[in-house]
Every structure is written in structure tokens, then in C-alpha cells.
Design a protein around this ligand. Structure first.
Ligand code: HT7
Ligand code: ZN
Length: 883
């Protein structure tokens, strides 16, 4: 396989100005005709024109209307090369035949439950026709679709429908025209038996946009939340960024078989069902929130990704990091900002930090790849979003908006780079951020150490900061990064002190906000070591560091345990209140892990229990915040911070703390469950979501006791639940403990919901992630369950992905979890390499474990990499994991 390098980027030799596509859809084969107006990209180019192509049957090529003889071009399994293209502008017509019904990779044109659907990002367009399949080739498209009218009554593509009609032989056609230039990865076609929910949105300039969500008829009632989310997203983008939708029609299509969550094709977004369909009985609050976020995300791409796109795939974070940041902000504005921030940071710590410390570590702008699909990683998306967030932290909301405005003013209609975004942000704010661009090129999570001291005589409080970026594959030495550290100082009564001036870099900076006192300031930390001295500080404060998690780093401060309890009880920055509790919980877990490993008796410190009790009893805190604050750090997060990850010890300790807390806080937990019941009809608003979150978290704690009264309570909650959020939480509570009650509840749930494949996926996930002993065998059995289907990515992610994310069973000491995954990966790779490579990634951190586990996991990776006919996707991950 060929590795592609960022440093080798060259502009295309040829540009495509217009692309007219024609599809003749057939049950067995589809014919694709592509007519392209080509012009030279570089003055006087005469080089061969190389087109990408994969799994295509070439029927003919014409240049300027004349059939091209076979000695004038070459074809190999990946390319069609026109050896001597004419000078200047010319027309090219290529006819190919493709076989969508055989395409199980779900990229290019494929069938999902009988309907036709495309997925072209990143490099799927080459499975449709020969093309320069790269994002810097932007063209205007038309698309004519022809097919059987009964089998495929709905024919959709990008842009506006400009013509449609009936044809002989029971066929019909539709002609679509997209007025905006786009790269081919944004092309889409959908055809089949679908119905739509229709609504409209009037834009800020008074244009009426028709909105349609297409699904199989029976699912239409489940699309109202998605439609609500879309309209909210359209309004939010106008209000916050002044960005208006640019066409008169916006379509969303739901397909059950889809490799990722959704796709932002111009005016024709495609979504996997889970991220559109919701009803209170069958979807949880988590599903409702995910739908809101992802509908927003894909819609926001219309400007950040589509109108301004990426020059090459190395720049992916330019559109993805920025759009993830925008969807996070959207969800924060519509829900609770702190809770959303906590959820996003927890995800970063559980998934991105471990990745960034392993063999797959890569900067948010990678330097090379074999398969681009492997680089749709948390780093590019979520760390990329943190990088965008730091611009906002530095420039404030209005400075950030100015930067965005300038970015669109300069680059609308272009394919650009991360530097272009940086330049727009800095130029709009007359600023320069030294060492900021390192965030794009250096992998590894920086650790920032903070030590503080107070001088009563001079009333000066000093923070000494030092940073270290760990070595990562191919990057042994690192430069310091620009790290914005938001800080507040809390006085002994728990109030924020006004901050008046700081001394750093040999300069005194007066802090003022138009005469109003400042309580949080952002330190610009950009060297290996720097000292910041706060002046006029009347007493020794407790510093509240990295407020709101102002940079994606690991913080190592000299805050004492009593400082942390003080912040947990008092910090005005709610994020840092939660953070103080998490740091305390992590410290506790580490010390108990050491006790467990030395076979000492485990005991819980009463201060910790009291701290959580106080939070649980609070009547002023947000209920969803309380639910987060009493939740212990995940096992993955703790294992990531150990020198040798010990899944058994971490699991035992987390289970012990959970049980002990449940025992000591039982009355408060019971009170929280009963007082947070509601007989009101389901509503997806913050108060109701928060109430259910608290109730369900408390129920989960209680269930860990495995006592008859609690089992009774959980059974009752399960039976009386009128929405999936509460029903599923009760089922999860009941399924914590092995035994007949668990088995009966799982069976009852399946019998109730077997007709709803989305709910059945949840049922798979719940069992896959279970910690009960011997779960490898259960998951193995579920593979053969009639409702499981290896060709449906959603089911694979639920069952196999869920299993790999559960440390106890996957890392079973006898290697059974690894063996199971090794076999599944090879099976899956034959069907869908993208999904298989996601699954094989679970092995990538094998060196973090003890020698026995290392040997067992390595053996599986070696078995995989030596298999015949392995895809490039899986090969790349296995190779890098073994390196
Ligand atoms: N931009 C979309 C990316 C995507 C994708 C990438 C690789 C393979 C399959 C894919 N499906 C969608 C997703 C998004 O930004 O939400
Ligand atoms: Zn995206």
C-alpha cells in the first residue's frame, strides 16, 4: 500500500469546471455517464491526466466528442490515465458500469434496504466514476437520474430539481442542478421508496426554504425532533455567525446502513437512522441530544466544509474541528453549557488522550496516511474542536466572530488550509499567537505543571507554569505550545477575588473590563516555563486553574486535597467544581488500586463520601450537574493514567467505591429516585432531562448493592417507565448483577422491542458492555442472534464496539476477548473494511498492559496482518499498532 504525504501536495494539473452526471439505475447494474469540462490547472500543462477509479467497468471515453483509442489511455485497478490530453479547454465523456447491490463497503453508490444511496467522503466518488477524486477540484454539477418509477419513486441529488418526467418502460427521471461549486466528496444521490416530512424555514433575508426529511413511510412520525433540530440549527447559525442557508431546498435522508453518523452532502444530508428517528417510547435523552447535535453538525458544514472546503485531506480538521466546535456551542446554547462541557471533556480524556499516547498518535493535521478513512479520528474532530475553542478563549466571542467573518470573506468558494484559518483569526484581531500553530503539527497531550506561592508582604500571588509535550511516534522532540490558561482566585469565603494586574514577561498588565472588575483572566502560556504574578492579592487564595477547561492538556497542580474540597464546594466556575471532584476521585482510585494490587483491604475515606453527599443534597445546583458530579471517572480514563494498565484492579476499585457510596448514601439516593419521578408527558427540555439524569444515576448506584428492596425498586421503575430514557436505565440497573432477574428483564425487553432495530441495537450494546463474569461467551452467542447483522455498521458498533470498550471482558486475562475480536475483524474486513479498521483499533494500545496480555494481543495483531487479502484500512492500523 502507498503512503501519502502532506509534504508532497501539488496543485492539480487540470481543473474540472462543470460535471454533468447521468445515472441509469438498474437492479443488477448501474450505468454512469460523466461529462466533464476540463481546463488546465497550471499554465501550459501537457502532463497526462490521471483519474482515480476503483471497482469500475470502463465502457467508453470520448474527448471532444471523439472516442479515445485504447493506446491513448491506460487503465489499472486504481486509475485511468489519459496519456496526452489536448492543450487548453476540452470536454471529456466517460461511461462506466457499477454494481451497487454488490457493494457492502458502503462507500460509493450502494444499496441499503433496497434503496440507492451514496457516500463519497473521503474517497468514495472514485467508486462511482473515474475522476480527480480530491477536494481541491471544485466544479458545478448537474445530475440526471433515471430509474424504474415503481421501485424508485423518489430520485434525489444535490441542489435544485430543474426537470422531471416519465419515460418509456415504466421509468422516470429527475434532473438536478447544484449552483455552487463543490468537491466530489459532497456529491450525493439517493433513489428509492421514501416518504417525507415537509416543513419550511424563513431565513434572515426573508427567503423561504423547503425542508424535507425522507424515511420509509412507517418512520415518518419519528422525524419531528430532527425537524425541530434542523430549524433550531438554521436559526442559531444566523444569530451566532450571521450564516444564512443558500438554497431553497434542504433534504435529509435516513438510511439504516451507514458507516459513520451522517454526511453533509450539499443540500442532501444523509444520516444513519439512529441520528434522526426518535420517539419518547423508543429513544433516550442521549439519543435526542445526539440528534440535535449531529443535525446541527451536518447543517453547519454547509458553510464550514462546503462553501469553504479543505485543500487536501490533511486539512480535515479545518472543517471537522471547526464544525464540531460549532455543534458543541449549539448544543450548549440549547441545553446546559457546563454539563455539555463536562461531557465533551470526559470524552476527550477517555478516548483522545489515550490515543494520543499510543502508537496511533498523530497531530490534528497528520503528516501521512495510507487510507484517509482511518484518520476520521477523535484527534482530528474533538481535539481539533478544542483548538478552535482556544481561538475563542483568546479573542472572546466578538473577536472569534470577526475572525470567522474574515475567513468567509477571504475564502468563500475555495479549498484552503489550516494556516488560512489561523491567518483570518489573527488578522481580524490584529494578533499573533506565538507557537499556536504547533497544535496542528505536534501530537501528544501536553502536561502543564503549576506551582503556586503567596507573599503576604507584597500581596503577590505567583503561579509558575511549566509544560512538557511527550514524545510520540516520529516526533521525539517537541516545541512548547501556546496554552491559554484561564485562572480565577478564590478567597477564604469562597468568593472570586477581583483581579487587578499581572506581572509576566517583564511587564505589568492592568486587568480591566471597561471599569468592571475581572474575576477570570486568561494567561498566555507559550514557553517551556513562565511565571505569572498576580498583584494586590490581599490573602492567600485558592487558585481555580484552567477554568472551563481552557486548553486540552493534562494539568498537574500543587493544589492540596483540602484546596480541592474547597473548590468542589465553592468554585464559581461550575466546570472546575466538577473537575475538583474528579481529581479527588482519581486520587482516591489510584490509592485504592495500589491497595488492591497489594491485596490490602479497601476502605473509602469519609471526606470523599461527605463531599459527594453535600453535592447530592444541594438544592441550588443543576440536577444534571449533580448527576455528573457524583459519577466516578471512567475505567478507561484511570487506566490511561497508569504506567501499566490493570483492568482488573481498576474495575474492582471502581465497583468497590460505587457500592460503598451506594451503601453510605442509600437514603439520599433513594430520596433522589423518588423525588425525581414525574407523571408528566415526555419532553426534551433541560429541566426534564436533568431530572431523569439524576434519577437514573442514583438508581444505577443503588442497583450496585444488589439488595432485594433495590431490585424491587428497579423492577418497578422498569415496569412503570413511560419513556425509553427511564425504561432503559432501569434495565441497565437490573442487568448489573448476574442472575435470573437480569435474564428475565433482558428477555422481556427484547420481546417488547424486537420489531424496532434501533432499540435492539441498544439491547446489544447493553449486554456487550456488561462487566458480568464470562461475558465474552455471551457476546459470542449474540453474534449468532437472528437480529444481529454483520453488514449493518450500527449493530457492529453496538455489539463489537461496545464489547471492545468494556475493559473487563475485552481484556480478559485468558485472551478470549482478544481472540474473539481477531476473528471478527477478519470476517468483517471482507464485508466492510472501514468498519473492520475501526474495530481493530481496539488492539492499538496493547503495549499498555502486562506482559501476558501484551503477548496475547500482539499474537492477534500478527495473525490479522498476515491474513490474505487484507484491506488497506485494516493493514494500516495493524501495522502502526505493531510498530
Ligand atoms: N464529514 C462526514 C464524514 C463521513 C465519512 C468519512 C469516512 C467514511 C465515511 C464517512 N461518512 C461520513 C461526517 C461528519 O462530519 O459528520
Ligand atoms: Zn463533520
Amino acid at each position: 500500500p502507498k503512503e501519502i504525504f502532506l509534504k508532497d501536495y501539488k496543485k492539480p494539473d487540470y481543473l474540472f469546471d462543470t460535471v454533468d452526471l447521468e445515472f441509469q439505475l438498474g437492479d443488477e447494474k448501474t450505468m454512469v455517464t460523466s461529462k466533464i469540462a476540463v481546463s488546465p490547472g497550471n499554465e501550459g500543462t501537457s502532463s497526462p491526466l490521471a483519474l482515480h477509479g476503483c471497482d469500475l467497468k470502463l465502457l467508453s471515453i470520448k474527448i471532444n466528442g471523439t472516442e479515445l483509442k485504447s493506446d491513448k489511455y491506460t487503465v489499472d485497478p486504481r486509475h485511468l490515465t489519459i496519456l496526452t490530453p489536448p492543450a487548453g479547454v476540452f470536454n471529456m465523456e466517460i461511461v462506466t458500469e457499477i454494481y451497487p447491490q454488490l457493494n457492502t463497503s458502503l462507500e460509493g453508490l450502494y444499496r441499503s434496504t433496497g434503496n440507492f444511496c451514496t457516500q463519497c467522503e473521503a474517497e468514495g466518488f472514485r467508486k462511482i466514476t473515474y475522476f480527480q477524486d480530491r477536494p481541491d477540484v471544485m466544479a458545478k454539477y448537474t445530475c440526471r437520474i433515471e430509474g424504474d418509477k415503481t421501485l424508485y419513486p423518489v430520485l434525489l441529488s444535490n441542489g435544485n430539481l430543474i426537470e422531471q418526467g416519465d419515460l418509456e418502460g415504466g421509468k422516470h427521471y429527475a434532473l438536478w442542478e447544484d449552483p455552487f461549486k463543490k468537491p466530489c466528496y459532497l456529491f450525493a444521490l439517493v433513489a428509492g421508496q421514501l416518504e417525507c416530512r415537509e416543513d419550511s424555514f424563513v431565513t434572515c433575508s426573508g427567503r423561504k426554504v423547503t425542508l424535507r426529511i425522507w424515511t420509509p413511510a412507517q418512520d415518518l412520525p419519528k422525524t419531528s425532533h430532527a425537524m425541530y433540530s434542523l430549524k433550531e440549527a438554521m436559526k442559531w447559525d444566523e444569530e451566532v455567525f450571521g450564516l444564512e442557508y443558500d438554497l431553497d431546498l434542504f433534504n435529509i435522508v435516513v438510511v439504516p446502513d451507514f458507516n459513520m453518523g451522517a454526511m453533509e452532502n450539499k443540500s442532501l444530508n444523509v444520516f444513519q437512522s439512529r441520528l434522526v428517528l426518535a420517539s419518547p417510547e423508543a429513544a433516550t435523552d442521549g439519543d435526542y441530544a445526539a440528534i440535535l447535535g449531529v443535525i446541527g453538525h451536518e447543517y453547519f458544514h454547509n458553510w464550514t466544509g462546503n462553501r469553504v472546503t479543505c485543500r487536501d485531506w490533511f486539512q480535515l480538521t479545518l472543517k471537522e474541528g471547526l464544525t464540531v466546535f460549532r455543534d458543541q456551542e449549539f448544543s450548549s446554547d440549547l441545553g446546559c453549557r457546563t454539563v455539555k462541557r463536562i461531557a465533551d471533556v470526559s470524552k476527550l480524556r477517555s478516548y483522545q488522550f489515550p490515543q494520543d499516547a499510543g502508537p496511533m498518535a498523530h497531530p490534528i493535521r497528520p503528516l501521512s496516511y495510507i487510507k484517509m478513512d482511518n484518520f476520521y479520528t477523535g484527534q482530528l474532530l474533538f481535539l481539533g474542536a478544542e483548538v478552535v475553542r482556544m481561538y475563542k478563549t483568546m479573542f472572546g466571542a466578538s473577536g472569534f466572530r470577526k475572525g470567522m467573518d474574515l475567513y468567509f470573506q477571504r475564502h468563500d468558494g475555495q479549498a484552503v488550509t489550516c494556516e488560512d484559518f489561523y491567518a483570518a483569526m489573527c488578522d481580524a484581531n490584529n494578533a499573533h499567537l506565538p507557537n499556536f500553530l504547533q497544535w496542528y503539527s505536534q501530537a501528544g497531550t501536553p502536561t502543564v505543571k503549576v506551582t503556586s506561592s503567596y507573599d503576604e508582604g507584597s500581596q503577590a500571588f505567583s503561579l509558575k507554569l511549566s509544560q512538557e509535550v511527550p514524545p510520540t511516534p516520529g516526533q521525539p522532540m517537541k516545541e512548547p505550545m501556546f496554552i491559554p490558561v484561564a485562572v480565577g482566585l478564590v478567597d477564604s469565603t469562597g468568593k472570586d477575588m477581583p483581579l487587578t494586574s499581572i506581572y509576566s514577561d517583564g511587564r505589568v498588565q492592568t486587568l480591566s473590563n471597561d471599569g468592571h472588575p475581572i474575576f477570570t483572566t486568561v494567561l498566555q502560556f507559550k514557553k517551556n516555563e513562565e511565571e505569572f504574578i498576580f498583584n494586590n492579592v490581599p490573602e492567600r487564595p485558592v487558585p481555580s486553574l484552567l477554568r472551563g477547561y481552557s486548553a486540552p492538556i493534562r494539568l498537574d497542580s500543587d493544589l492540596t486535597e483540602s484546596d480541592l474540597y474547597f473548590l468542589l464546594a465553592n468554585d464559581s466556575d461550575e466546570f472546575n467544581r466538577w473537575e475538583a471532584g474528579q481529581i479527588l476521585a482519581r486520587k482516591l482510585m489510584f490509592s485504592l488500586v495500589a491497595d488492591f494490587q497489594q491485596q490490602k483491604t479497601l476502605a473509602l475515606n469519609t471526606k470523599f463520601v461527605d463531599g459527594l453527599r453535600a453535592i447530592l443534597r444541594s438544592t441550588s445546583l443543576d440536577k444534571e450537574f449533580i448527576a455528573k458530579a457524583i459519577t466516578l471517572p471512567g475505567q478507561g480514563e484511570i487506566m490511561d493514567m497508569m504506567s501499566i494498565a490493570d483492568p482488573d484492579a481498576v474495575h474492582a476499585v471502581r465497583t468497590f467505591i460505587k457500592k460503598e457510596l451506594a451503601f453510605q448514601l442509600k437514603d439520599d439516593l433513594l430520596a433522589a429516585v423518588t423525588s425525581n419521578r414525574s407523571s408528566e408527558a415526555y419532553a426534551f427540555n433541560h429541566d426534564s432531562v436533568a431530572r431523569r439524569a439524576l434519577k437514573n444515576t442514583c438508581l444505577a448506584y443503588l442497583a450496585s448493592l444488589n439488595e432485594p428492596d433495590v431490585t424491587e425498586l428497579a423492577l418497578n421503575e422498569y415496569k412503570c417507565a413511560t419513556n425509553m430514557t427511564e425504561q432503559f436505565a432501569a434495565l441497565a440497573a437490573l442487568s448489573q448483577n448476574p442472575g435470573q432477574v437480569r435474564e428475565d428483564a433482558l428477555l422481556d425487553f427484547y420481546n417488547k422491542w424486537q420489531q424496532d432495530y434501533l432499540v435492539v441495537s441498544k439491547w446489544f450494546a447493553l449486554q456487550a458492555t456488561s462487566d458480568i463474569p464470562g461475558n465474552v461467551a455471551n457476546v459470542q452467542k449474540l453474534l449468532a442472534h437472528p437480529a444481529f447483522d454483520m453488514r449493518n455498521p450500527n449493530k457492529v458498533y453496538s455489539l463489537i464496539g461496545g464489547f471492545c470498550g468494556s475493559p473487563v471482558s475485552f481484556h480478559a486475562k485468558d485472551g478470549s476477548g482478544y481472540k474473539f475480536l481477531g476473528e471478527v475483524v477478519l470476517q468483517l474486513d471482507k464485508i466492510n473494511p472501514q468498519v473492520a479498521s475501526r474495530m481493530v483499533s481496539a488492539f492499538s494500545r496493547w503495549r499498555r498492559y502486562d506482559e501476558t496480555r501484551q503477548a496475547l494481543a500482539k499474537a492477534q495483531l500478527e495473525m490479522i496482518i498476515s491474513a490474505n487479502g487484507l484491506s488497506e484500512n485494516v493493514y494500516e492500523i495493524a501495522l502502526k499498532s505493531l510498530a
